[in-house]
Structures are given as structure tokens and as C-alpha cells.
Design a protein around this ligand. Structure first.
Ligand code: FES
Length: 169
């Protein structure tokens, strides 16, 4: 990753369009775009920090903070949508006090939406890191999130196995 980041900086030819690949490689390297990367890119390219920052905040693909320990992906596919995915998302937002695209202050959770996860028979579905949780109700999703907060790991294993079984039917 470091080589890619450095290579892209080295190739920078001064055109505004080149800033995007630079920021993408920085984010790939660090997992987000830290302040020191903005300083570095600004120094090497001569683009004012304010402009670099403006580009970062314009594009939703870029993050200025690291992802949370647990990345929650709420499926927004058709099957989940008609099964109440919006209510599940709203419940998670309420439980965590954040909106889609944000990370909790304690760095524990990041909330995103995603297209079909591939477990449509279990709609509505969420993923927490690599673990799938399906057939959710608002109260169940609150219980799941609270268990992650407490660090209860056995829960995710049960739900992940259920999705694999259903998907293979
Ligand atoms: S639509 Fe949600 S898992 Fe397929």
C-alpha cells in the first residue's frame, strides 16, 4: 500500500483529476484519510490543504475518520426493503445515535447501507463485520447491537451459520 501511495504521488502531473487517485490510495493505505496524509499530499502537489479537504468532503467515498471496530451494513436490496429494512436502519440509527455513513464517538460502530447481501430469504438482513443477522425485528436488532457493545461473541456465530444454511437451500 505504501508503494502504491508513493507511486501515485510520484506520478502526479498537476492535473486536478489526479487528486482523486491520490486520495484513494491514501485511504486504501490508512483505512481513512488522516490529517498527516492531507498535509503530505498538499506539500507534494502544491494544492492548498483547503482544496484537498474540499475534495475529500465533496465525495462520499472518502472518510476523515477510521471505520469503527464493528461495521454495520444494512441491506437496502429489494427483498429487504419490502421487509422493513428502513425501520431496521432507523432503529440502528436511534440505538447508536448516528446516521448512515457515520461512526460512533467511541469508535465502536460505523453504519453503512449496502446492496443485496445475498441472504434474501432472511430479509431484512444486516451484516456486522463478516457476520450476517437476518429476519430482524427492531427489538431484535437492538438486542444484537447491545450484545456487540458488551462484546458477546457467541451471538454472531449463530446468526452467520443460519444465513449460510438458508442461502444454500
Ligand atoms: S435484498 Fe437483502 S439480502 Fe438480498
Amino acid at each position: 500500500m505504501r508503494e502504491e501511495f508513493t507511486h501515485n504521488l510520484w506520478r502526479y502531473d498537476g492535473s486536478p483529476g489526479e487528486l482523486i487517485p491520490l486520495l484513494q490510495s491514501a485511504q486504501n493505505h490508512f483505512g481513512y484519510i488522516p490529517r498527516r496524509a492531507i498535509d503530505y499530499i498538499s506539500t507534494v502537489t502544491g494544492i492548498p490543504e483547503s482544496e484537498v479537504f474540499g475534495v475529500i468532503t465533496f465525495y462520499s467515498q472518502f472518510r476523515l475518520r477510521p471505520m469503527g471496530k464493528y461495521v454495520i451494513r444494512v441491506c437496502a436490496g429489494t427483498a429487504c426493503h419490502v421487509s422493513g429494512a428502513d425501520l431496521i436502519r432507523d432503529t440502528i440509527e436511534d440505538e447508536l445515535g448516528i446516521e448512515v455513513g457515520e461512526t460512533t464517538e467511541d469508535g465502536l460502530f460505523t453504519l453503512n447501507t449496502v446492496a443485496c447481501i445475498g441472504c434474501c430469504s432472511l430479509a431484512p438482513v444486516i451484516m456486522v463485520n463478516d457476520n450476517t443477522h437476518g429476519r430482524l425485528t427492531p427489538s431484535e436488532v437492538r438486542t444484537i447491537i447491545r450484545k456487540y457493545k458488551r462484546g458477546e461473541k457467541s451471538l454472531s456465530r449463530e446468526s452467520g451459520a443460519a444465513c449460510e444454511t438458508e442461502a444454500q437451500k
